[in-house]
Design a protein around this ligand. Structure first.
Ligand SMILES: Nc1nc2c(ncn2[C@@H]2O[C@H](COP(=O)(O)OP(=O)(O)OP(=O)(O)O)[C@@H](O)[C@H]2O)c(=O)[nH]1
Ligand SMILES: [Mg+2]
Length: 440
């Protein structure tokens, strides 16, 4: 029998209520020695808990196995939310034979006891860690089983396919080889298409998980920091009329339509002798490389110069929005004739209502991703990597050698099984659950 574990389920800070959870075969035995009332399954019992000199009035709930989160006997003690008190209750349980739970151990037990499928268990961590509405929505959909509903059919198709290939190997005389091979090929194509669709969805999945990195670039004094501040709605970056005011990268997070935007202000790009500013400029080049979307800002009230031209070259092939700023002043004619490459051009005044126009454009790009639709998005990097390996193996299958085909399909099935949990090693499980917070 697994050792009984104990952990604090609520965040370690002062709060109205703090919860200690005990799970395992000895949970009830341990709890009985700590509280002064008898516990009935699924009844919230007001009682006293004592650990040494410390006493608290708590609500204790007993969930009898297998009808609990972990599938084991579980006791939840809802005490007053003082971290010292909660630690004391944990200490009490440990003195009576429990062990402090490792990160994610309660959920790991839930998985091992068949209470929750692996993809759903993994989405529990995503629900807890979600920072944006889009992330939360996708994680809760994953918890409701949409990933499983996309992956399980692939797993069963592979299972059937292997059976057909093996039947062909074992009883070649009773099978019409050509028809059967054609069937197998078409079924493999069907599987490939499903895997490809899921891999493609991971691109949007990454946007949901990591947000969109929007980097503001331009030469000094064009109004990058002004735009940065008005988009955030706070005076975060220093603005002056002196070129080279921003010398380093500054970033802040905000949300557009429930999607996390990491907005980055950079040092104006130009050749410079000032050492600090030069470092900043180098970082700006790197920031362009790491951007999902570039906001390329130009001062339209002055003529274009060689620094602007250099920036246009740098961002030519990037996903970008060109911002012709300072429209409250008179625009120089030259800007209308410039070829910026792909992307949209907007004319704004960051000092006036420019931020709203830029945000609207970003919102349009987000709408294009259709995040709020009903499609299934792979947001988990582990799932994405496994699907990519599976696709590679599917592409490498050799139809001329049936015995190799069978083992090739088994490999694909094993990879998919690592997503659903039907083929999983202890090491992978530990890696998955170590990312959980303590007490979950
Ligand atoms: N008239 C006008 N002035 C603006 C506008 N946007 C910014 N400015 C002014 O342009 C000057 C430079 O603005 P910043 O936002 O510091 O420019 P920057 O691109 O961040 O400059 P560096 O940090 O030096 O690279 C400041 O005096 C701003 O007030 C605008 O839309 N219209
Ligand atoms: Mg600046």
């Amino acid at each position: 029998m697994e050792k009984t574990i104990v952990g604090i389920a609520t965040p370690l800070g002062v709060g109205g209520i703090g919860i200690v959870r005990i799970s395992g075969g000895d949970a009830l035995l341990i709890a009985r020695k700590m509280v002064d009332k008898d516990l009935t399954p699924r009844v919230a019992t007001l009682c006293s808990v004592s650990v040494g000199e410390v006493r608290d009035e708590v609500i204790a709930i007993y969930f009898a196995a297998p009808n609990s989160y972990t599938g084991e006997d579980v006791i939840e003690i809802q005490a007053h939310g003082n971290p010292l008190l909660l630690k004391k209750i944990v200490e009490g349980a440990v003195n009576l034979g429990a062990r402090v739970a490792t990160a994610g151990e309660f959920t790991k037990r839930a998985f091992l006891n068949g209470k929750v499928a692996l993809d759903r268990a993994e989405s529990v961590a995503d629900i807890i860690n979600a920072e944006s509405e889009a992330e939360l929505k996708t994680a809760s959909r994953a918890f409701s089983g949409v990933i499983a509903s996309a992956i399980s059919p692939i797993e069963s198709l592979l299972f059937d396919l292997r059976a057909s290939v093996e039947a062909m190997l074992d009883y070649p005389e009773s099978i019409e080889i050509e028809t059967e091979t054609a069937k197998i090929k078409s079924s493999i194509n069907d599987i490939k298409k499903r895997v490809e669709t899921l891999i493609a969805s991971a691109q949007t999945g990454a946007v949901i998980r990591d947000g969109i990195r929007v980097v503001i670039v331009g030469k000094p004094n064009v109004g990058k920091s002004t735009l940065f501040n008005v988009m955030l709605g706070v005076e975060r970056s220093i603005i002056t009329d002196i070129s080279g005011t921003t010398t380093d990268i500054i970033s802040e997070t905000f949300f557009i339509d429930g999607v996390k935007i990491c907005l980055v202000d950079t040092a104006g790009i130009r050749t410079t002798k000032n050492v600090i500013e030069r470092f900043g400029v180098e970082r700006s080049h790197d920031a362009i490389d790491g951007a999902d979307l570039v906001l390329a800002v130009f001062d339209s009230s002055v003529e274009i110069d060689e620094f602007d031209v250099e920036i246009i070259k740098l961002i030519r092939d990037k996903n970008k929005i060109v911002v012709l700023n300072k429209q409250d002043l008179t625009e120089k004619k030259c800007w209308n004739a410039i070829d910026f490459g792909s992307g949209e051009i907007i004319k704004v005044s960051a000092k006036l209502s420019g931020a709203e126009t830029v945000k609207k454009k970003i919102a349009e790009k987000i709408a294009g991703l259709n995040i709020n639709g009903d499609a299934v998005y792979i947001t988990n990097k582990r799932h994405e990597d496994l699907l990519k390996s599976a696709l590679k193996n599917l592409n490498d299958l050799d139809f001329d050698k049936m015995d190799l085909l069978a083992s090739g399909l088994l490999q694909v099935q094993n990879l998919i099984g690592e997503i659903t949990g039907s083929n999983i090693t202890e090491k992978t499980l530990d890696a998955i659950f170590s990312k959980f917070c303590l007490g979950k």
